[in-house]
Design a binder for this molecule. Structure first.
Ligand SMILES: Nc1nc2c(ncn2[C@@H]2O[C@H](COP(=O)(O)OP(=O)(O)OP(=O)(O)O)[C@@H](O)[C@H]2O)c(=O)[nH]1
Ligand SMILES: [Mg+2]
Length: 686
């Protein structure tokens, strides 16, 4: 490990290696560590002894599954490297790390070139605003000159790619052939830089670093990670072209990953983005409506599987901490702002078949895994005694299966995958829920309104605290946010709505813990039944963005296929022998298309798919008919209410409930809308 004097003078940068599977990220990380003197021997992924692919499943498969941290020091820069998995089944794990990156290294295989997944990741880097270096790897496998490869990459990735080695030399005042050209290329991409170049005939180092940091220029390097070619120039280039952001002094951090150590400790991996993180520091936050406060136990600096316990970590650095049980990947701590929802999410749900195993043990184990990867979204249907999880594909399925066996001694299989539908409303509707069996009492009135696509469920309140105590309001909003609510068309989860608490009532003596939960759930379902009666419920289905690359003579067949799939697409682009069709299509139509493509192109076609959000279902009527869901018969999700008369509770059908309600919504008394977070805040505005 570096000494502290070195650390203070060094520029800190968190740099992620990203690429499609097998591009050579782990091998490149290995080579960089070796050339920088951080490890004494370069391991090989193929020999199962790579420094970073430490997990047994990774070593057996020769792929990276979990992202890892390591660090090196080179020429005044302290680079914290995050190696990410490239397989699409683990792309959510890769995307999580994007939130921690100052820079990315996009690895492109010289022979494979830019693939569909490369473009997906490149666009994600743009979305997260991460500056990028490009490393063209496996140059030992092609005869092409770097200049020719660079020209091709400019067409596919970005016109702002420049020769990185020449640019780095130019920054250091180099005068070799090509250095001036690189400087000129870079200057041409930015107005202020061009002025500087025309005035002085040069570009200052800080200008070039700014261009890189602002994503105006992407320095591109060439080499072979396996043969160690081009690595020194790459390290010199990265070290001289990164700069450190100024970090605010107030503590802030973002959790980018959660995992378990081999000893079972829950590890939260985070990037400190303000102030410093210290051991024993008390942190607080709100997770899914639940406020929490906890003490950080150990702060650890990791290098692959090994770690060092440190008293504190400064802003700009990544670390892992123990002691935080509530944070999830993406959680914002301290002054950090809420992050965006991830783009790469699973859209196919699989039933977990427990076989001989005890189903409750399987659910418990899966919930523990979902605590690390919330995208698994474990769903337990009590009535049907069925467990469902969401997965990206069959390789992830194998990994979950193996993890259940190794960690929990459970052996399960999976059923066939099904599409994950969702439901929303297209018009505002009100709902009432009342729960009053003998010696219980709670009533809730709320409003459900359509929200923007992709916004999920947002909750807030307009009820006055004089009418309903703030603690009850908090409790009701917690119940709104604590789980998915089933829609009434097919029972699929409700999404893209804003749910506002309008009124409610508790009983001084009789309101107990679970009563508001019952009233809240029933109010939501009652509102959805009202929406259904108005024709204002809508079924949504996931869509894929696809990139289909095929031999040019197969374009007719491909076009006929995508048309049949109800796809929206751009006209085919022809380039020499190949054609490319890009567009969007329902997941339900396209999810097994890769096999067809492979068959009708004799293995020469490629289909890249990525989740493109939810849209109204193209065959909603058929899906609804086929599901044959009866929302009134779904008793755990009943839209009905329970009222009390003569000392006994009795059921009131959903359409009668508003007439029985004990509270009334008085428009004149409604307060301005406040988000759930404001209601939860200890001293927030009221
Ligand atoms: N010929 C050649 N092979 C290489 C080079 N770099 C990596 N490889 C090989 O490419 C394969 C994949 O390398 P990895 O480093 O595991 O690739 P990765 O991008 O980390 O893969 P994932 O983490 O699974 O996405 C291995 O067989 C490497 O030995 C190179 O420069 N030249
Ligand atoms: Mg790897």
């Amino acid at each position: 490990m570096r000494n502290e004097a070195q650390a203070r003078s060094a520029i800190n940068a968190v740099v992620g290696l990203v690429a499609h599977v097998d591009a050579g990220k782990t091998t490149l990380a290995e080579a960089m560590l070796y050339h920088a003197g951080a490890i004494r021997r370069q391991g090989r992924v193929d020999h199962g002894d790579a420094h970073l692919d430490t997990d047994a499943m990774e070593r057996a498969r020769g792929i990276t599954i979990f992202s890892k941290q390591t660090a090196l020091d080179h020429a005044g820069a302290h680079l914290m490297l995050l190696d990410t998995p490239g397989h699409v089944d683990f792309s959510a794990e890769a995307e999580r790390t994007f939130q921690a990156l100052d820079y990315a290294i996009m690895v492109v295989g010289a022979k494979d070139g830019v693939q569909g997944h490369t473009e997906t990741l490149w666009e994600l880097l743009e979305r997260y605003g991460v500056p990028a270096f490009v490393f063209v790897n496996k140059m030992d496998l092609v005869d092409e000159e770097p200049a020719a490869v660079l020209k091709r990459l400019r067409e596919r990735l970005s016109a702002a790619l420049v020769d990185g080695a020449a640019l780095a030399r130019a920054v250091r005042g180099g005068a070799a052939d090509g250095d001036a050209a690189a400087r000129e290329d870079a200057a041409a991409l930015d107005e202020a830089a061009l002025d500087e170049y025309l005035d002085t005939g040069a570009l200052g180092a800080s200008t070039v670093r700014r261009l890189v940091a602002e994503r105006a220029v992407f320095p591109c390097f060439f080499g072979s990670a396996l043969k160690g070619a081009g690595i020194d120039a790459f390290l010199d280039g990265v070290a001289s072209l990164v700069r450190e952001r100024p970090w605010p002094s107030e503590f802030a951090a973002r959790v980018y990953r959660v995992s378990r150590s081999p000893r079972g400790e829950r590890l939260a991996w985070l990037k400190v983005t303000g102030g410093a993180l210290r051991a024993k520091m008390v942190l607080s936050g709100v997770e899914r409506g639940e406020p929490w406060q906890e003490k950080v136990d150990q702060v650890r600096r990791y290098d692959a599987d090994a770690f060092e316990i440190v008293p504190e970590v400064a802003a700009g650095c990544v670390c892992a901490v123990t002691g935080l049980t509530h944070v999830m990947p993406g959680s914002a701590l301290g002054a950090e702002a809420e992050g965006e929802a991830p783009a790469l999410v699973p859209v196919v749900s699989y039933q977990v078949l427990p076989g001989e195993e005890d189903v409750t043990a399987v659910v418990r184990a899966l919930r523990e895994l979902a605590d690390e990867d919330p995208l698994l979204a474990v769903r337990w249907h009590e009535q049907l005694q069925e467990v469902h999880v969401q997965l990206m594909g069959t390789v992830q399925q194998e990994v979950v299966q193996e993890t259940l066996r190794e960690r929990f001694g459970l052996s399960v299989t999976f059923g066939e995958g099904g599409i994950l539908y969702r439901e929303t409303v297209t018009a505002p509707v009100r709902g009432v829920g009342h729960f009053e069996p003998l010696r219980h009492y709670a009533e809730v009135q709320l409003l459900i309104e359509p929200g923007p696509r992709g916004s999920g469920v947002v909750a807030g309140s307009r009820a006055a605290e004089d009418d309903l105590d703030r603690n009850w309001q908090r409790l009701i909003l917690t119940h709104v946010l604590e789980r998915d609510h089933a829609g009434v068309l097919t029972g699929a989860p409700l999404t893209d709505v804003r749910i506002t608490l309008l009124a409610g009532r508790a009983h001084l003596k009789h309101t107990e813990g679970g009563d508001f939960r019952q009233a809240t759930y029933r109010a939501i379902r009652q509102a959805l039944m009202e929406a259904r009666a108005l024709g204002a419920c809508e079924l949504l289905e996931p869509w894929y963005r696809f990139r289909l690359s095929i031999p040019a003579d197969k374009v007719g067949r491909a076009l006929a296929d995508v048309q049949r799939m109800a796809a929206e697409f751009d006209p085919p682009e022809l380039a020499g022998e190949r054609a490319r069709i890009c567009g969007c299509a329902p997941v339900s139509k396209m999810r097994s298309y890769a096999l067809d493509v492979s068959a009708y192109t004799g293995g020469h076609g490629r289909l890249a798919l990525e989740f493109a959000g939810y849209r109204p279902c193209h065959d909603a009527d058929e899906v609804i008919t086929e599901t044959a869901y009866d929302p009134v018969a779904d008793l755990p999700n009943t839209p009905d209410s329970v009222f009390c008369a003569h000392g006994a509770g009795y059921n009131v059908a959903w359409d009668e409930v508003p007439a029985h309600a004990h509270t009334a919504v008085d428009e004149a008394r409604l307060r301005p809308w406040r988000s759930a977070d404001e209601v939860f805040a200890p001293n927030g505005s009221v």
